[in-house]
Design a protein around this ligand. Sequence first.
Ligand SMILES: Cc1ncc(COP(=O)(O)O)c(C=O)c1O
Length: 353
Amino acid sequence: MFTLNRIIRSNIKRLIPYSSARHDFKGKADIFLDANENPIGSATATYMLNRYPDPLQTDVKRKIAQLKKTAANNIFLGNGSDEAIDILIRAFCNPGKDSILVMPPTYGMYEVAAQINDVGIKRVNLTAAFRLNLDKIIKAADSRTKLIFVCSPNNPTGTVISHNQIKTLLKKFNGIVVIDEAYIDFTDAPSTLQLLPEHPNLVILQTFSKAWGMAGLRVGMAFASKEIVDVMNKIKAPYNVGELSQKVILQALKNRNKVKKMVEIVKTERTKLEKEFAGFSFIKKVIPSEANFILIKTAHPDVLYNHLTEEGIVVRNRASSPLCEGGLRITVGAPEENKKLLSLFRNYERKTT
Ligand SMILES: Cc1ncc(COP(=O)(O)O)c(C=O)c1O
């Protein structure tokens, strides 16, 4: 059975977190002489940023909670969801002893964050149909495996893992299952947020970097039980999401229609690209995508990659990842960018056939 008490590192359990000035004082005041800020102003002409931001991002979380139909105390906000990945590993995995489990091919930061923290990595490849190999996963996880990362829609395949498989994993694994939903807005498949109330070992990651179009801002979300969120807040840097970021997110949350429109454009372009890609003889396989990128397989990925970069288009070479032989991951661009890409593909086809 899952208990948070069993998997949290004992030093984190004992930790008395840094108590920031803005955290300590809850009342109303006019003069703040508690945080060694600059009382005169900011160097920038545009923004007044001389005060530290709300360490727990209360207003932003309240709005996100409304949008996601969850409670504010089930939300952690970080400097991108990459920060949440690192914090989860630091909270639950003892360096040199514990491990995480990942399902290649998948997002590379789970492994990198584990390596930085001297945490072991167990790998169970996805099946040929890019589903979870549940039997192997359960066998591979041992009492020292604290976190399993599932990416859905998965980077770099764009494929979705079914809720049935996720529910089985949540039931059979005694550690925490992290579902990374960075690309959830591009699929009609439901979010696992609806599973949160019955699953104390579930953490869901989402981000403002993809559909919301704010990768430059660096704000990511984790949704989990209040107890897990409390642990994450305990070890984060006190002011991990800046004042400007919090303000901009509040603004963005009022523009959901714009997000919907942008997602529709990306999905239309994705369908067009998938159809066009399928017509090129040098493309052996197009993996149907539920994200904002498409994985294609080709006989000579390096040659195609170079052909594109020579003309100023960069894609991601994924050919060395398991199950991705010959694979290039191509982000769905703006309509004009996709036209250029397709014209380079036509040139390539003429040159190579
Ligand atoms: C699956 C996945 N998770 C998380 C991230 C990181 O997102 P963020 O910008 O919120 O750190 C990415 C970025 O590409 C990603 O592909």
